[in-house]
Design a protein around this ligand. Sequence first.
Ligand code: C2E
Ligand code: CA
Ligand code: CA
Ligand code: CA
Length: 279
Amino acid sequence: AKRSGKNCFRFYAREMNFQAVQLLKLDNSMPISLDRGDFYLHYQPQLDLKSGTVIGVEALLRWRHPELGMIPPDRFIPLAEENGFITRLGAWVLKTACMQAASWQRHGLPPLRVAVNISSRQFSEPDFVDLVSTTLTGCGLNADLLELELTESLLVSNEQQVARKLQGLKAMGIHLAIDDFGTGYSSLSYLKHFPLDRLKIDKSFVNDILSDPDDAAITEAIIGMAHALKLKVIAEGVETREQLLFLEDRGCDEMQGYYLSRPLSEHDLIGFMKSRETD
Ligand code: C2E
Ligand code: CA
Ligand code: CA
Ligand code: CA
């Protein structure tokens, strides 16, 4: 290993340079890509466990880069947060999701709540609440059919300002969910100050729910605490029937995951919903 040290270094330097070029390329191409239609949304169905009906979908952003192919959101969202493009991109996601949700009813689907992921930088924009309000009006979507998925880190930053924004959103009738619950901050006091509707159990807990007693205990604790606070609980990343049965047995309200469906194109979502109707 020592002999090849120098070559290794050269290799890494080149590799790093390559990565830097890639990053720069991604950074620069975001605005063009948005204008050209390389960004699009997929929708993953969410099931209400008591009634067995699909009650909502989560909008998940996709980017097909013309040269680099599919770029996963875990890769480009942090970049867009850093370079500030998330403000424009996030506004586009919100508008597109709301427009599509409004159009589903024209396709004869039952009302479906659409959940939109909101990044911290987007939420911290001073006119965020206004943006949501004008988007809903512009799309003709009932506020009751929109849910915003917020992360814990976003909530702990500036409590008073955050509380004011959340109250503004709540007053419109929008649903508020905490995403990736349990993976972020240990302080839970915000749960009683903020007007929230739902906690979303992160898939990292759900994944090992049957094999790891710690993950099972955390999941049970989240469900118990949420219900004590009159919040609903949705589990994400449910892949097997056994996981679903565990969650159902512990009183989890809703679920989302490959076991029900992968994220779907708008066209496939309509097909999915129609095929469930006729079951
Ligand atoms: P997230 O909000 O936690 O979304 C859940 C992720 O889990 C999605 O990955 C989804 O495709 C995936 N998933 C769903 N069911 C299963 C399952 O049964 N098993 C497994 N292993 N995975 C499952 P995706 O679409 O790659 O998104 C990754 C992350 O990117 C999201 O995590 C979210 O944080 C972020 N993201 C996606 N779209 C947006 C967006 O429009 N705005 C913002 N700010 N962030 C977004
Ligand atoms: Ca989410
Ligand atoms: Ca998650
Ligand atoms: Ca069925």
